[in-house]
Design a protein. Structure first.
Length: 242
């Protein structure tokens, strides 16, 4: 209990610049409890054998100030969209910019299209993470070049919430390697070009999340036609083909 109180006090400095009232403390505690409950559900829910065509996914993208959170690079924005199997749920989206602890480089600001004005007016990382995890629930996460997302999410989740990153996170290449094994597809632009997915507003977290969702949709549909009915089927196939 003392650990919970201490964590809520720490979050209070992140979630509000002013005096943190008891109601705000309770709200933060409730949000954190919800995230903990989601993590408990993840441990009880094995998605490997759920049919791919029915499996809930959240495809997401991060824009960051660099490539290494251990040296101070941070998440600047999160964009995400829900799917069920190959169906993109266009109305179920999440997007937020995040207040950085230090100013990103001019190159990063130019690349992402973000401005210091909107970043400085954004909520703190802890607040955004809790909202994001509540949006995701116990869905399976998908990202393009997922190792980047996992590195930052693991670091940020521990640093702000003192929780480990628990969600299953699948890289889009997980299915690309199965449905297009002879193609050299690495970047999101290359993958989208292969599937004739029109790209626009690149390096914006929400736009890139939608592009990754369209890529994932193509792969799920092709994998189903090829007879892959679950994530386990794909894991077994990839293990045998090594």
């Amino acid at each position: 209990m003392n650990n919970m109180i201490q964590l809520v006090k720490q979050l209070s400095t992140k979630l509000s610049p002013g005096i943190y009232t008891s109601s705000q403390q309770q709200s933060a505690a409730n949000q954190l409890a919800h995230v903990r409950e989601i993590q408990r559900q993840l441990k009880q829910h094995d998605v490997l054998d759920t049919p791919l065509m029915d499996l809930p996914f959240v495809v997401f993208d991060l824009e960051t100030s660099g490539f290494n959170p251990d040296v101070g690079d941070s998440i600047l924005s999160i964009g995400a969209i829900k799917m069920k199997g190959p169906t993109i749920l266009e109305e179920s989206t999440f997007y937020s910019t995040i207040q950085p602890k230090k100013k990103p480089s001019d190159e990063i600001l130019a690349l992402t299209g973000l401005t210091m004005e909107e970043l400085e007016a954004s909520p703190a990382l802890a607040d955004v993470l809790m909202s994001f995890y509540q949006f995701v629930g116990d869905a399976t996460l998908v990202a393009h070049h997922a190792s980047h997302e996992k590195r930052f999410m693991s670091h940020a989740t521990w640093q702000t919430l003192r929780l480990t990153f628990q969600h299953r996170l699948v890289d889009t290449s997980f299915l690309t390697r199965v449905v297009a094994p002879n193609e050299e597809l690495v970047t999101l632009d290359e993958c989208c070009a292969f599937y004739q997915i029109e790209t626009s507003n690149r390096h914006h977290a929400m736009s890139d999340a939608i592009l990754a969702a369209k890529l994932w949709r193509e792969n799920v549909q092709k994998a189903d036609v090829m007879g892959f009915t679950s994530l386990r089927d794909v894991y077994v196939h990839l293990a045998k083909s090594k």
